[in-house]
Design a protein around this ligand. Sequence first.
Ligand SMILES: C[S@@+](CC[C@H](N)C(=O)[O-])C[C@H]1O[C@@H](n2cnc3c(N)ncnc32)[C@H](O)[C@@H]1O
Length: 638
Amino acid sequence: MPIKYMPYVPNTVEGQAVLDNFMRTRRILRYRDNYKVYDRIQRGMPLYEAESTEIIGTEKSQNLLIRGECLSACAYLKNNNIQVDLVYIDPPFASGADYAKKVYIRRNPQLAEKIAQAEQELSIDELQAFEEKMYGDIWNKEDYLNWMYENLMAIKTIMSETASIYVHLDWHIGHYVKILLDEVFGEDNFRNEIVWCYHGPGSPGMKQFNKKHDTIFWYTMSDNWIFNEDNIRIEYKDPNQSLRKAFDTGEGWTEEDIEQMREKGKLPEDWWEIAVAARFKIDEINRVDYATEKPQKLLERIIKASSNEGTMVADFFGGSGVTAKVANDLGRHFIHADVGINSIQTARDRLKIAGANFEILDIKDGVSLFRNPVQTMDKLHILIKGLRNEDALDSFWEGAIYDSKWGLMPVYLPNLLDHSTKVLDLVMMNRIINEALPALPDETKRVIVYYIDIDNRDNIEKFIKEQEVALIDIVLRDLKEVLSEAVVADNIVYKITPTNKQYTVEILQFVSDRLREKIDQYNQKKGLNPNDYAQMHNTPEETAENETPKPAQQKKFQSIEISEHGLELIELISIDCTSASGVWTSDYEIKIDKNGYLIDNGKKTKTFWNGNFVCPQKPLRLKVRNIAGDETIISLVE
Ligand SMILES: C[S@@+](CC[C@H](N)C(=O)[O-])C[C@H]1O[C@@H](n2cnc3c(N)ncnc32)[C@H](O)[C@@H]1O
């Protein structure tokens, strides 16, 4: 439940061109078939409680990693009077894809050295791995645009007077969002459409050009903006003969221009050729393992051009943390927000290795109850006992539960991927009563309405009574209670031995039911369909539409086996020696990279983890993150 709603200010810029996809009444932008966005904008941004979960680094800083939706992150910033000077966002594209994280089984520490002697270094593709869904961007255009509109309005609310925003999109939805951007920021504040071009193989038989560019729209808040042209000049190369001719005939640069460019470098055009972040270069700091990760060079150019040292750079769809990492390298402050826990963990580890100081906040917006919204939605279907598909019901209902007294009870579930259905409010209840209930089969006596977040339960119950829907009983249920059953902590068996004012921590056994279940499912599924294995070697980024997975990458399926002690399921162990409760301080930590190499307190090594480590102070709490990102904390204080 939000603590309060923060107003979106200032309002949209009026008087812009609007495509037929939208309509305008009384000079207010409204979307066809969706009046609700207007109500939501009127209501404001939902401000939720924010819990500080960890502080990294020795110096106090303004840098933040926020786990939460863009809207709630902006509400938090607004409530705390935090403004940002440069925003880069790369939101999901409405491409219809589900993005997955590859989960690598680490080496068995007891065998790591032996394996290493035999094979020196495994290529990433030979490591045992399975996939976990990370985020999905399945939308219809109107819903996506409504969602985007709210996000842009929220971001605008916390931008400073001289701030810039760069919105990274592609052919799926970019042209529509340009109209929204004109609407929200004003056509006069549009600065550039940047075309980021890159190379990549098409596939044989493709009957169209190879789609290899994205579009980045740059807007400013006012006509007083930062542009550091001298920081971004590139090497000037003499053009070829035919271009020279154009210069000579006065259509291009003068000799003087050319002389100056030879000396100072050239201002880049609005098309940038920058290589994609290569998957074979994954190194935990410059390129991490995150689907859709953008290259550092792209962010470098944007941040150098449109911000100064000491200013605040924000990315509200932060993903791998590339914006924060580059901002930190360039002496800017950063805010990285993302709805998924995998993003927060990936960015946290990357920024820690980079030596950044920052605080991690968890926004209690109820969206990420189980790792991330996509996985939470998948889990819900299993957790609601008796829920089954029912052909007689329309798609508004998730299915139905059969009960001997009430008969078939249709079940409504909010869609965590669609922000607009997350809060059960009067608008949604009105829709349920006046649109969804009348369409149900006549014999329906009861429906179950689950919610993640409810606007005001008393008001909603009063509203139900007033509507006199006596024939159908409406039962409201909190989804969080269902989900709390799903989150069972992992079990860690450990031994701590004090030696010479130091403490040797030995992990004897690690049992994760969540992972075991997942691995069993994977083995069973892939055992039945060994050819599916090829697909996991092509991320959505690599296998573009119209391309088929490359047959050369097909491999024979081998089932994943986990040892008795299960240590190969551990990704990170952190020790808090500062306090036994509250905000986490990682006084000492080890991370095991995909190849089994140890990252010792943020320093990469070429040694394998052996199952132990030595902690320089008395440990008070132990946190273990498994390879899928679930974290378990145990207190070491009797
Ligand atoms: C295309 S990726 C961003 C990749 C990032 N630019 C990078 O280079 O790593 C989009 C990200 O948006 C996040 N996301 C999706 N919906 C969100 C929301 N409502 N609020 C915040 N983050 C969201 C996803 O978890 C995902 O990490």
